[in-house]
Design a protein around this ligand. Sequence first.
Ligand SMILES: Cc1cc2nc3c(=O)[nH]c(=O)nc-3n(C[C@H](O)[C@H](O)[C@H](O)COP(=O)(O)OP(=O)(O)OC[C@H]3O[C@@H](n4cnc5c(N)ncnc54)[C@H](O)[C@@H]3O)c2cc1C
Length: 441
Amino acid sequence: MSKRYSGERAVVIGAGMGGLPATQVLASHFREVVVLERDVLPANATPRPGVPQGKHPHGLLAGGLKALCDLFPDFSSTLAQAGANSLDSGLEVRHEYPGQAPFPARSLGVATFTMTRPLLELAVRRCVQERANVVFRDGCRVVAINATPDGNAVASVSYKTSNGKLEVLPADLVVDASGRGKPTLDFLKSTGRPMPEETVIGVDFGCSTAVYTIPPHATPATKVMITMPRAPEQSRMGLVLLREDGKWFAALGGRGADTPPADGDAFTAYAASLPTSSVFDAIKDATLHGDIEQFAFPESRRRYFNSTDRFPRGLIPIADSVCRFNPVYGQGMSAAAQEAVVLRNLLAAHANDPDPLASLSSEFLSAIESIIENPWSLAALPDLAYPDARGKRPADLEQSIGHHMAIIQAAYHDPDIHKQLIEVLNLLKPVSTLKALEVMQ
Ligand SMILES: Cc1cc2nc3c(=O)[nH]c(=O)nc-3n(C[C@H](O)[C@H](O)[C@H](O)COP(=O)(O)OP(=O)(O)OC[C@H]3O[C@@H](n4cnc5c(N)ncnc54)[C@H](O)[C@@H]3O)c2cc1C
C-alpha cells in the first residue's frame, strides 16, 4: 500500500536548532521537505554568520536532550560519538551562589552533554540529512511566504539564491524557524491580519565569551561551573564549560551599563570581580585562543500567535520565532526540540484525517504554550527582580522570588528537593512541581 502523506511539500526556513528537529518530524509526513537556509552550511562544526550566538556557550538541558532522543533514535550515542562530553548535572555542574558554599555534588539521575553549539547542530543536521526525502538548499535566503489568493493559507515561498536569482517553491506547509519570525510577521501583515500579542521583558544582558586552554593545576573539578550574580544589586555572573576539543569556554555576563569587556586584561579583571573566584581561578593562568566575542541581548520576547484570529493554514512559526528566552538560563534549544515533539504528536494524531492540515497550525500554537510557559516563567522571575528590567511585574513577584529562594536553600540540605529543582531547571518537569513544594521561608 502506498504511503498517505499529509501534504506534498513542506518548506522549513532556517537550518538552526528549531528548523532541524522540525524537519525530522515533517519528513515522516510529507513527500518532500525542503530546508532553505541563507548560510552556506559548513561541513564541520564551525560557527556560521546566520547563528552569531554559536560562538557562545550553549548548554543542552536534559529536557532538550530527552526531546532530541525522542526524535532521533539513539541520539545520546550520536552525540558521544561526535565527541560531546557526558554530563551528570548533579555531580558535574557546580553552582556557586554569593556568600554560600557551593551546592553539594549529588548524583540526581539528570544527564546531558557539554559541547559547542556548532557540534550539536552538526550532529542533528547529519541525522536529518540521512532522510531520503529531505533536501537542503543552503545559500538561499527566504524573502517572502506567499499566500493563496484568498489569503487564508500559505501557497509558496520566495527565496533568493546565492547568485541573486529569485525562485518560488510551492508548499503545503511552511515552518518558520528563521529565529526572528520576520517571514511570519510579514505574511500576517500582507494578508491583513493583526500582529500577535506579545510580552517583552527588557533585560539588556550582555555577554563576552573567550576560549581557553586551562593548565592542569587550574583545571576545574567539574565540567561546568557557574557563578551566580549578587542579584538584584549586581548582575555580574560567570561560567566555564568544557568543550568537545578539551578547551574551555569562559563566559561573563552583566546587565545594563555593566556588560563585560572584550579586551583580554579587562576580561580577566571582570572575572576577578565576580562574587566567587572559581572562574577567575580557572582562567588567570590559561592560554587565550582567538578573539573574545560579545553578544548583546536586549529583551526576551514571547509572541502569542494563538491570539491571532484566523491564523493561516499551513504556517507554523517555531522556536525563537515564537519566543526568545534570555540566554542566561540556557533554554532556547531545549524548548525548540520540545516544540518539535509537539508537532510530531499533532501530525501523527491527524495523519488519517480527510484534511490533516486543517487545524494543525492553530492546535500547534496553542499546544506549545505549555512548553513555553515553563522556561519563560523560570527566567522571568529572576529577570524582573532587577530594578532596571522592563516589563510588567506580577503582583506576587516578591512572594514568588521568596519562595524560589527558599527552595534553593532547602535544596542544599534535602537531596529530594535538590533533585526536583534540577529536574525543573532542566525542563524535565513543569514549574508547578516547585510551586507545590512547601518550604520554610
Ligand atoms: C548568546 C546566546 C547564548 C545562548 N545560549 C543558549 C544555551 O546555552 N542553551 C540554549 O538552549 N539556548 C541558548 N541560546 C538560544 C538558542 O541559540 C536559540 O534559542 C536557538 O538557536 C533557536 O533556534 P532557531 O531555529 O529559532 O534559531 P537559530 O538556531 O538561530 O536558527 C535560525 C536559522 O535561520 C536562518 N535564517 C534566518 N533568516 C533566514 C531567511 N530569511 N532565509 C533562510 N534562512 C534564514 C539562519 O541563518 C539560521 O540558520 C542562546 C542564545 C544566545 C543569543
